[in-house]
Structures are given as C-alpha cells and as structure tokens.
Design a protein around this ligand. Sequence first.
Ligand SMILES: [Zn+2]
Length: 259
Amino acid sequence: MRIFIDGQRIPVATRATKDLLLMLKNMAKMLNWGIYYDTAREAVYINSKSSVQPLPPPDRQVPDEILESTRLLNKTIVIDAGHGGVDAGATGPTGIKEKDNTLAIGLLLRDKLERNGALVIMTRETDTEVAPPNSSSTEELEARVDIANEASADIFISIHNDAFTSNAASGTTTYHYGDTESTKLATYVQHSLTEELGTKDRGSRFASFYIIRYTDMPAILVEVAFISNPEEEMLLASVDGRFKAAESIFLGIVKYFKV
Ligand SMILES: [Zn+2]
C-alpha cells in the first residue's frame, strides 16, 4: 500500500491491513484532515486541506500461475462479483463501494481456485455491468445466471457485502435456495468465513434471490460482512480482510467437494 500526504508519497512499505486503515482514519479525523482510500490502487491519500490531488496510474498486478494442487481439476466454478459499473451496490461510511470489494475478493478467490486446478469463470473481471447497457436490474441478474447455466458450472458463488440503516449491524451471512446441495455448500462456506474473519455468525439461510434461484447448479450468495459498519467497511477494503475472505470461501468449497 502507498500512502500520500498532500500528494507527497511517504517512504513506507506496508500492507493495507484493517488496523492500519482504522489508525490512519482515526488520525485524519483527529487532525480534521481529509482521507481517501483508493482500493483499486491500494493507495491512501491524506490531505491536510481539502485540495484533491491527481491520482497516479494504476499498478499492474502480476499473475500468479503456480499450481498448488490439482484437487479441483474438472470442476467448473462461476464466481459472480456482485454489482459493477453503474451499480455500485452499497456504499460504506467512508465511501468504499461494495462493487469494488466484491470484485477484489472475487479475483483473489479465482486465483486461489485456479491454482488448485479449477476452471473459473467470472461474471465480470472489471468494473462493469454484465448485461448490455440500459438493461433492467432483473436483466442484469439474468445475464449472470445465464453465464453459469450455459457453462454447466458445478457450483455458483455470488459475492456481496451486507448493508443496513443502522451502522451497528455486523456479521456474515450465506444464502442458499433450500436444496440439499446448496444448503451444504452454504454451511461450509459460512462456517469457514466466520471462523477466519472472526465476524458474527448470522447463519446460512434460505433466500429466494433471483441469482441463486434460477441457477441450475448448487448456488450461494455470500454477504461477507457489513459495509455499513465502520469496522467491517475497513475489513472489506483491506488487503488482509479480502485475502482472508477469499481464502475462507475457497476452504468452504474444498470441503464441499471433499477434495
Ligand atoms: Zn450486494
């Protein structure tokens, strides 16, 4: 992570952990400075005045092609990073957007699954809608479901962040559509997430969401944590929080396939 104060990069090399982000946020608040965290560029901009500094070009991520194991070989897994493009999803107290968190976690999960031999299809790999422009919200969901059904995927994982009017609400929930296989997958992923993230266990629950209802394969929708909760917003935006989320969804999937 890079830290800029009034446009000047400070010479520290550190990871964007939740604790560090919370510390910087509290410091900026105390000094009445502006703070902006660009999750895509992993850069924190702190401004002593309200001046807006120009953003540096984004870093390219180096792909990791090392195969760890072949235990997920022959499994096709569709990952749906919730929202995207004109639909930001929910927004946290400091302005972090759900669509950025879901994509970051989704891409980390993809890498982890691919390193273990799975064929992974993302409904989106960039900040974009999946359906053609000006589609309705149902058509947008339909486009995502179609990708999974046309690929005859083995499982479907939709990643989201929860939000509520009260910022006190917190925790992790995994939704399924009630069939045995989806329920089993949800239970494993939910258990793994709450254990790894240390979040409140809101349970694996039935829901009739379009995206898990019309997918032909075992399908779950994961609400990783509450973006409306100030602490969980930082968990979702941090490198370690996203990594842990991806890692635990991966472990739940491995457990589901018993490989
Ligand atoms: Zn969402």
